[in-house]
Ligand binder design. Structure first.
Ligand code: HEC
Length: 142
């Protein structure tokens, strides 16, 4: 075979591999189910938004950086501890005058956020197809 034909053959092989790879990557369906918050957690979320907790705190590392990340705060502290923090504030954490049911709603929201996963998530593995598989609470709880 002529050299130029060999190159052409090789090039088309590379291109078809590239296309096949992309086809697999972009058509494989991953299981990203939607997270549904309970009614109470939704009330908590609206307090979270109204009071701008996110201006100082983060979920999954996103938010303001004056206070700590609260993604997994529900697993780290007990409810009384979170309530006490809201009641009295510490250092730059302001004191809030929430009613009991508002605190409960906020805690329910933090609880359901906590169930969505881990942050920081250091247990990640790279799959053969290029996807990164991370440790996932939702799949564990099933
Ligand atoms: C002005 C910034 C700011 C706002 C707004 C704010 N926080 Fe904080 N928060 C902080 C800081 C700073 C800390 C850490 C306090 C410390 O321990 O020194 C903190 C700590 C906390 C903790 C305890 C974290 C732990 O590790 O125990 C919780 C829970 C918390 N905040 C919840 C909230 C909620 C819920 C809201 C909204 C209603 C909110 N914060 C609004 C700054 C803020």
């Amino acid at each position: 075979m002529e050299t130029s034909k060999k190159y052409l053959l090789f090039l088309s092989l590379l291109i078809s591999l590239f296309l096949a790879y992309n086809f697999i990557i972009y058509t494989s369906k991953e299981d990203y189910e939607t997270i549904h918050l309970s009614e109470k957690a939704l009330q908590g979320e609206s307090i979270w938004l109204k009071k701008n907790c996110n201006s100082c705190h983060q979920f999954y590392g996103l938010g303001g950086y004056l206070g700590p990340d609260l993604t997994n705060i529900y697993s780290k502290r007990d409810e009384a501890n979170i309530k006490a923090m809201l009641n009295s504030g510490v250092n730059a954490m302001p004191k809030f005058n929430f009613k009991e049911n508002e605190k409960k709603a906020l805690i329910q929201f933090l609880k359901e956020v906590d169930q969505t996963g881990y942050y920081p998530n250091k247990e990640a593995s790279i799959e053969y197809n290029g996807w990164v598989e991370i440790k996932n609470k939702q799949h564990e709880n099933r």
